[in-house]
Design a binder for this molecule. Structure first.
Ligand SMILES: Nc1nc2c(ncn2[C@@H]2O[C@H](COP(=O)(O)OP(=O)(O)OP(=O)(O)O)[C@@H](O)[C@H]2O)c(=O)[nH]1
Length: 383
């Protein structure tokens, strides 16, 4: 029995892409606590997909007018064409003029526009079609208008969304379809409508899986691109991006921003005496120790070989100093000979040091780190 249970657990765990680490799996469920870079890249990917969708719809919507012209009497086809041209204009405007700032709020707004435009068209076209008694080919073409929610639901699969986001959008689409049926907007008869509604629910389920697996691959690829292989903390390139974002945020919110350079002391000796593998182990342990003392909003970056940058948003000099004192007390691990591994730390803060650029803040923290080295190592230099 236990072996059956463990087999089941194993099989279930294999349903998720293997690239996604255990701790990352929760990120597939809700958008909360996504790391800054994941949110930024996800937001810009979603807005790019919205643009792709908008281009596709902007081109296809007026083209369908030819079929309306062949199937429907005048003035129905002309009224529908008028609506289609408006929709085309709205999609082109979304494609050309929507500006995103790599925030999830922008991504949600872009998706809202993308889905609102066809929804308005859906309501408008059904209101119009309801005034005509259509039979044969015109009735068959009119039935096609009922399938727009299916196109939207399936199109959702293009986006890297969490389960919660997907359920919310899916629920709105299902609700809209339900209301359309209740108000008799649908061009389908009741039995066909109910069958179609079930189909829409099934598509919603498949779409959720597609969205989550897209997100899973995005998170995994991003981790590889932005993380340092050895320690798992942010690599230098992503650290520079994070610093830029945090600097802009601190300017916008008029909030504190502290950065600290942490350089391990006499690290070369570990490599020279005990070998590179032991050096690697010491680097991994030190980075874990630093991370365990940080807040979840702080970012740890491996800036160079044995040098780390700690970025602490919303943290003034006093609180940053307290955090680093705590780190020094808890230690950075031990060297292979059992003696403590120490670091020289240079700390700078935007308001306290009256700094007006992110590069100035970095330079000051770096120069203070060198002063900590010169003053005898294993210390924090904050002035
Ligand atoms: N094992 C290992 N060593 C590394 C890695 N990256 C850099 N190093 C080593 O880190 C050492 C840094 O040496 P130094 O710049 O002289 O610094 P230090 O010995 O810590 O001396 P101080 O900073 O002055 O206290 C070099 O021996 C590098 O080879 C790495 O990924 N793994």
């Amino acid at each position: 029995m236990p072996s059956l249970l463990s087999l089941l657990r194993y099989r279930l765990s294999r349903l998720l892409p293997a690239e996604v680490a255990g701790s990352e799996r929760l990120k597939l469920l809700t958008p909360f606590r996504h790391p800054l870079l994941v949110s930024r890249h996800r937001a810009s990917l979603i807005v790019d997909r919205v643009r792709l969708f908008a281009l596709l719809f902007a081109v296809l919507t007026p083209l369908w007018g030819v079929i309306d012209y062949l199937a429907f009497p005048f003035p129905l086809w002309a009224q529908l064409l008028g609506m289609r041209l408006l929709v085309c204009l709205a999609f082109f405007s979304l494609l050309l003029f929507y500006r995103d700032q790599e925030h999830m709020a922008d991504a949600y707004l872009a998706m809202f526009f993308l889905f609102a435009i066809p929804t308005l068209f859906y309501v408008g076209s059904h209101t119009l079609l309801a005034h005509y008694q259509l039979t044969d080919l015109p009735a068959a073409v009119a039935a096609g208008y009922a399938f727009l929610p299916f196109v939207l639901m399936a199109g959702l699969a293009l986006f890297p969304l969490t389960l919660l986001e997907n359920l919310l959008v899916g629920a709105v689409l299902l609700m809209a379809q339900g209301i359309a049926g209740y108000m008799n907007w649908s061009t389908l008869n009741w039995p066909s409508f109910v069958g179609a509604f079930w189909l829409l629910i099934l598509i919603a389920g498949v779409t959720s899986l597609a969205c989550m697996s897209q997100l899973a691959y995005m998170v995994a690829l991003l981790r590889r691109a932005i993380r340092d292989d050895l320690t798992g903390v942010f690599a230098r390139n992503s650290g520079q991006e994070i610093l830029q974002v945090q600097w802009s945020t601190s300017l916008r919110n008029n909030s504190a921003l502290s950065v600290a350079f942490i350089d391990l002391d006499h690290f070369k000796q570990i490599n020279d005496r005990f070998g590179h593998a032991m050096g690697d182990q010491a680097l991994r342990e030190a980075s874990q120790r630093i991370q365990s003392c940080m807040r979840s909003s702080d970012s740890l970056v491996r800036w160079g070989g044995e040098e780390f940058l700690l970025i602490m948003p919303d943290t003034d000099m006093t609180r940053a100093r307290q955090a680093l004192d705590r780190l020094q007390r808890s230690g950075l691990g031990s060297r292979p000979d059992g003696t403590p591994l120490t670091a020289s730390i240079g700390l700078a803060e935007r308001f306290y040091d009256r700094i007006d650029s992110s590069s100035g803040l970095l330079e000051l923290a770096d120069s203070r780190m060198y002063r900590a080295k010169a003053a005898g190592r294993n210390r924090i230099q904050a002035i």
